[in-house]
Every structure is written in structure tokens, then in C-alpha cells.
Ligand binder design. Structure first.
Ligand SMILES: [Zn+2]
Length: 183
């Protein structure tokens, strides 16, 4: 793999891939034959939660600014000359729209509630619902790992037939703690 990458880089030395004299489609074909091409978009959103049965501070209601990275890998790069998405895996604007609609808009500024959680968690959730505040109910304990797996499952189906597939997601719960889920 390293040798192939080196060969590819050697072929590109001194060439400006944006120069019209170079066939951009050919370069993408080379890359797809020898390596994976991915694109990633990053999102942030704020949530409250609690970890039922936790033995430390996380048993209390508290909040995080979550950071989410969504990475896609190419199945077919759009090669059609003159196509609006020529040379793209996906338009970043489209990726942003899909993740925002399916994750960020639902979770931002909500209390994430594990419906199977402790009586304390259920009491907190009931108050939030009575007060008509934002809540997302999930069937799992709201750890970073479980949330990341759930996001991966939700997002992976969105790209079927789009020439790309979900490659990985990374979810940060704090600036120094994150989970990765890979296909
Ligand atoms: Zn937490």
C-alpha cells in the first residue's frame, strides 16, 4: 500500500491537478485504485443527560457540547465531465443537510433520556416532558459509545445508492474523550 501511494505521489510530482492539461478524472481513478478517498464533516450540539447507576458524578444531570465527525468513503466518485458534482464524493452541503436533519436538529439542547434508566432518571424525564422542554428518548444508557453506535446506524442508511458509504463516525463527549465507530 505504501509503495502504491508513493508511486501515485511520484506521478503527481510537479503537476497541478487543477491545471486543465491534466485529466482530473484519471487522477481520481488512480486514487480509487490504490487508496481510499474519504470526506469528513464536523458538527457540534449541546445536550443534557445523566448516567443511571453510575458510581461517580455522571449520575447527576449534566451537559456536554458533543462534537461529531461523519466520514464517508467513495464507492463511485462522480467522473462525468461537466456534472455539477464532478470530482466530489458528495456535496458537503448535502452531507451537512442530512446530518443536521437526522441528528443535530433532534438532539441539540435536549435531555437525552434512557427509557430503561433509574427511577431518578425517569422522574427527571417526566418533569422535562411536563414542562414541555426538549427531550430525546432512547432505549439505551446514554454513554458516548452507545450514542455513537446509534448515530452510525441512523446515518448509514442515508447514503445507500449515493455512490458513497458511511466509513466512520467520531463522537466527542469532552474535548479529550471520544468514541469511534467504523463500518
Ligand atoms: Zn456525561
Amino acid at each position: 500500500m505504501m509503495r502504491m501511494r508513493q508511486q501515485c505521489q511520484e506521478m503527481l510530482v510537479g503537476k497541478n491537478i487543477w491545471d486543465s492539461s491534466v485529466n482530473l478524472g484519471y487522477l481520481f481513478t488512480l486514487k480509487e485504485g490504490n487508496m481510499s478517498v474519504t470526506v469528513t464533516k464536523e458538527f457540534t450540539f449541546d445536550c443534557a443527560h445523566m448516567l443511571s447507576n453510575h458510581e461517580g458524578l455522571c449520575a447527576n444531570v449534566h451537559g456536554h457540547t458533543y462534537k461529531l465527525q461523519v466520514g464517508l468513503v467513495a464507492i463511485n466518485t462522480n467522473q462525468e465531465e461537466g456534472h455539477p458534482e464532478e470530482g466530489m464524493l458528495i456535496d458537503f452541503k448535502e452531507l451537512k443537510k442530512l446530518v443536521k436533519q437526522n441528528i443535530v436538529d433532534e438532539y441539540d439542547h435536549a435531555f437525552i433520556h434512557w427509557t430503561g434508566g433509574s427511577s431518578q432518571e425517569i422522574a427527571v424525564a417526566n418533569v422535562i416532558k411536563e414542562q414541555d422542554m426538549r427531550i430525546v428518548e432512547v432505549p439505551f444508557r446514554t454513554t458516548c459509545e452507545n450514542m455513537a453506535k446509534d448515530f452510525f446506524q441512523k446515518l448509514s442508511v442515508l447514503f445507500w445508492g449515493a455512490g458513497v458509504e458511511l466509513c466512520y463516525i467520531r463522537l466527542w463527549e469532552t474535548p479529550t474523550s471520544f468514541t469511534e465507530v467504523y463500518a
